[in-house]
Design a protein around this ligand. Structure first.
Ligand SMILES: *Cc1c(COP(=O)(O)O)cnc(C)c1O
Length: 373
């Protein structure tokens, strides 16, 4: 079954355009150094992980065994207590966030959700879908939640169970909410019914390797955590991982005869390839490989800040962040380098594939742009 020449040409042109655009890609948190060729033969099979990765299914063209290894690796990294957690490979960070909020709602249908102004845009929609009551809390200029505003708002609603949607790396500035501090506020106010979800879309595989280690995981008090698989790891297919306390998942599990499995996930059919992609990354890198990716990215981020400041641009980052924030340049530059701009600022995301040479090209381009014509 071959394509007509015209269609074949269109595909080739598309490929060329995408390859070119990938070279000029500094504004989104997506690593581009992933080699998946080992998985090509799997594209020819009807792989599907429908249902719960920990329960057997009558549908056996699956990669559940590998999916379990992936979520187990993440659970250990995020210090989940053994035998008390559950998780699966999602279609992305947003699905994991929806899942965490879903579990929170099943536990506390009358609960109030608190999240900061700097929260990802998809969260308001999820709250709407779930019909959860919610209050937006001020963010500090660095993107971290304003703990004073949170404390005062929680005080007013002390009678309601508190559901915190914490950002572990905000989209614009990579600000991290400290869930240890949030736990202390619960104690001060004697709030006994609470749930914390950590949105670690970008930083889930970065934060465990930082010193000091940010307070964001299960040992720090999280009840669920969501991570994106196409950001720091760089899966070419969007995906993610969600982890949660098993006892909360057991509350929603229903047994489905048709698939001989449990309906514990958001979608029915689930991607069987993305668990293999994540598995490949984990096997190739191991913890040591992840650590050196983090160290390398932080170093290039520091280099980028230095280069930008050298040409008079007020660039800054949060401590231990790979996001370099600065005032928005011209629309031409934003368009060419695919920089997301909001409220007068923009950012570079220094994922592991970004090289110093690429930063140099970007800075040279900025300089040309700044020169009066
Ligand atoms: C990217 C991002 C998301 C959404 O993740 P997807 O994997 O794109 O669905 C959620 N929260 C934050 C903070 C993000 O940066």
């Amino acid at each position: 079954m071959s394509l007509e020449t015209e269609d074949q040409n269109r595909l080739e042109l598309l490929l060329e355009r995408l390859q070119e655009q990938t070279e000029m890609f500094l504004g989104y948190p997506v690593a581009k150094d992933f080699d998946c060729r080992a998985l090509a033969p799997f594209l020819e099979l009807p792989v599907n992980n429908l249902g719960d990765p920990f329960a057997p299914s009558t549908y056996q063209v699956d990669t559940r065994e590998f999916e379990r290894e992936v979520v187990t690796f993440a659970a250990q990294l995020l210090r989940a207590e053994s035998d008390s957690w559950w998780g699966y490979v999602t279609n992305g960070g947003s699905e994991g966030n929806l899942y965490g909020l879903y579990l929170a709602r099943e536990l506390f249908p009358q609960g109030m959700v608190y999240f900061s102004q700097a929260t990802h845009y998809s969260v308001s929609k999820n709250l709407h879908l779930l019909g959860l009551r919610h209050i937006m809390i001020r963010a500090q200029p660095n993107g971290e939640i304003d703990y004073e505003d949170l404390r005062e708002t929680l005080r007013i609603h002390r009678d309601l169970p508190a559901i915190i949607f914490a950002n572990i790396g905000t989209t614009m500035t990579e600000g991290k909410d400290d869930i240890g501090k949030i736990g202390q506020i619960f104690q001060e106010l004697a709030i006994s019914q609470s749930y914390i979800h950590s949105d670690a879309a970008l930083c889930g595989f970065i934060a465990p390797f930082l010193t000091p280690r940010p307070a964001f995981d299960f040992a720090d008090g999280a009840d669920s955590i969501s991570i994106s698989g196409h950001k720091f790891i760089g899966s070419p297919i969007p995906c993610g991982i969600v982890l949660a306390r098993k006892r909360n998942v057991d509350r929603i599990a229903r047994s489905i005869a048709y698939i001989g499995n449990l309906d514990t996930t958001i979608t029915g059919s689930r991607n069987g390839l993305t668990p293999l992609i994540l598995w490949l990354a984990i096997k190739r890198l191991g913890e040591a490989g992840f650590r050196s990716r983090v160290v390398g990215s932080l170093e290039v981020a520091e280099y980028a800040r230095g280069r930008l400041r050298n040409i008079g641009i007020d660039a800054w980052s949060n401590p231990n962040a790979i996001t370099v924030v600065f005032p928005s340049p011209s629309p031409r530059i934003c368009q060419k380098w695919q920089l997301a701009a909001a409220d007068g600022i923009t950012h570079l995301l220094i994922l592991p594939n970004v090289s110093k040479a690429q930063i140099d090209r970007f800075v040279a381009d900025l300089l040309t742009d700044m020169r009066p014509s």
